[in-house]
Design a protein around this ligand. Sequence first.
Ligand code: FES
Length: 166
Amino acid sequence: MQPNTRRSFLVRLTGFLVAGGALVASWPLFRSLIPNVLYEPPRRFTVGDPNRIQQGVTFLDEQRVFLFREANSFHVISGICTHLGCTVKFARFGRQQEKTVRAFSFTALGEFHCPCHGSKFHGEGTNYAGPAPQPLKWYRLEVSPADGELIVDLDREVDRDFRLVV
Ligand code: FES
């Protein structure tokens, strides 16, 4: 092998090894950008037989929504604060404090408080204190024609006078 050819070969080999080494060394960095599991709860889900859902308020923590039942009337309010997305808490009123929100013919059992920056929402979701800029969202509920179970659809917002009567 000629000296020039040998030198050229060694330069190429060195370049190849350096490039390969850099690729191998940077692989963990690239891999860390790809999550091992892509988990997102379904946007449309069943919550069971409406007759078996308890009266009052039930919080569904995986989907972060509050399911309300008053006799045979159901509705769902988002538990995601409209300020920066913390999960709000439902603060139940005492019996004497229950209020009727006339605009929505709504008997509020309590109200929502955000633990992060102090926003407060009336029982039908209207923001009235703190930095939250908008009311909590309401979502569509329907009865499955196949098995009669209640279905919540987080892709379909509804007005605050929505009720599903079963
Ligand atoms: S996230 Fe709820 S008040 Fe800021």
